[in-house]
Design a protein around this ligand. Structure first.
Ligand SMILES: [Zn+2]
Length: 78
């Protein structure tokens, strides 16, 4: 499907000055979430990412690795 950006850009092909200005101000800027750069370093999952303390694990891998990393559970152990 054609986006509104592509449609307007096509209409301005014969007008280079207007086209360059349109592209300069209306181009989609790449956001961090577009890249999905926050991924689990163990399984590659991008959802439920734990980045605190530079861990970069997903929630499931964190559960499995937490004990080896030195995280302790206080209170009642199930
Ligand atoms: Zn994972």
């Amino acid at each position: 499907m054609e986006t509104s950006f592509e449609r307007i850009a096509k209409n301005l092909t014969g007008k280079p000055a207007k086209y360059s200005r349109f592209v300069r101000f209306n181009k989609h800027k790449l956001q961090p979430h577009d890249l999905r750069f926050r991924r689990c370093i163990r399984c590659g999952r991008s959802e439920a990412h734990i980045g605190v303390h530079g861990l970069n694990y997903c929630r499931e891998c964190f559960r499995e690795v937490a004990k080896d990393l030195g995280f302790k559970k206080y209170g009642k152990e199930v």
